[in-house]
Ligand binder design. Structure first.
Ligand code: SF4
Length: 329
């Protein structure tokens, strides 16, 4: 058994100070981290408990009409907050599609951002090959069961997917992640927060060592009347997405004024379907427009042995999500 030291941080400054030591990991709800530790996938030397830092567990209105969700807000609290439900129903739906009620009660927004992939071979240390767990060791998934793996943006270094539902909605909403570190505060546009595997599949995000997520900021709500989070999975609850779609529209009568489409379950990060978005603008939501736009989302897809179905599934899910978003008024 590994020895682990534990420290409770009283404020952001002391948390960042404590994290300057190698092997330090922040712990909030712990719903993913503790699993990783129990399985020997994560082996931190020191845990810094951030759950007693004041001010990070609130949801506040921003002067521009947006919303600031503190990093320690529990997923269930965010999902059921009146402002989130009324102004960002897409995000509320995504929260409620994730995990189980018990896990949502415990898991934090910051921890959800940092959720690690559910690739079987990443969690099973009996497989020595995993570039994400052990850089340079290879990828056991390439010759294994690839049903849940990526079809977009992957390479032979890693074909894992990001498992979060919340992240897909935040990508569509163009959220911003606020972080604090030794060099002060900075903001990271959501599209730049998670990474594709590239040559560093061990890195899921662009966070710098020791940086602490303090909040997620949402821009003013534009899509409350027309949005839909659609999750397709192997069973009705407590399962990760095979494919999910966050669809958000601004409508001018029957015509699409603007569109945001993000996909989950298909890539190492939430995948914005920009070509699909552009193909919807100025159009009415007839079936052939939707099918043509959805096909653009999977251009360049590279399915593996067991997940070619995701190419078709993603298109059908986009069509259904956008139809439902458009008809939601
Ligand atoms: Fe590891 Fe990524 Fe390969 Fe899974 S897909 S075994 S996480 S390198």
């Amino acid at each position: 058994m590994d020895a682990i030291s534990y420290q409770r941080a009283a404020d952001i400054g002391s948390a960042i100070q404590a994290a300057s030591q190698p092997g330090t990991v922040f712990i909030g709800g712990g719903t993913n981290l503790l699993d990783l530790m129990k399985g020997g996938v994560a082996r931190p030397v020191r845990l810094v408990d951030i759950t007693h830092i004041g001010g990070l567990d609130t949801i506040t209105a921003l002067p521009d009409g947006g919303l600031r969700i503190g990093a320690l807000v529990r997923n269930s609290d965010a999902a059921n907050h009146a402002w989130v439900r009324e102004r960002y129903p897409l995000l509320s739906q995504a929260f409620l599609a994730g995990a189980s009620a018990q896990l949502r009660n415990m898991a934090t927004v910051g921890g959800n951002l940092m959720q690690r992939t559910r690739c079987y071979y990443f969690y099973d240390t009996a497989f020595p090959q995993c570039n994400k767990r052990k850089p340079g060791s290879g990828c056991a998934a390439l010759e294994g069961n690839t049903r849940i793996h990526a079809i977009l943006g992957a390479n032979d270094q890693c074909i894992a997917t990001n498992p979060s539902d919340m992240n897909v909605a935040l990508a569509a909403l163009d959220a911003v992640v606020r972080v604090s570190g030794r060099d002060g505060e900075r903001t990271i546009p959501f599209a730049q927060f998670h990474r594709l595997p590239g040559d560093r599949p061990d890195l899921d995000t662009t966070l710098l060592p020791g940086e602490l997520i303090t909040s997620v900021d949402l821009p003013p709500p534009l899509f409350a009347a027309h949005s839909k989070y659609l999750k397709v999975r192997d069973r009705a609850s407590y399962a990760f997405a095979l494919v999910s779609v966050a669809a958000a529209l601004q409508m001018d009568g029957n015509t699409v004024k603007s569109a945001r489409i993000a996909l989950g379950g298909v890539a190492h990060k939430p995948w914005r379907a920009k070509a699909t978005e552009a193909a919807l603008v100025g159009r009415t939501l007839d079936r052939s427009t939707l099918q043509n736009a959805a096909a653009l989302a999977v251009q360049g897809a590279k399915p593996r042995r067991d997940n070619a179905f995701k190419v078709t599934l993603a298109q059908r899910a986009i069509v259904r999500a956008v139809e439902q978003a458009g008809g939601a008024a």
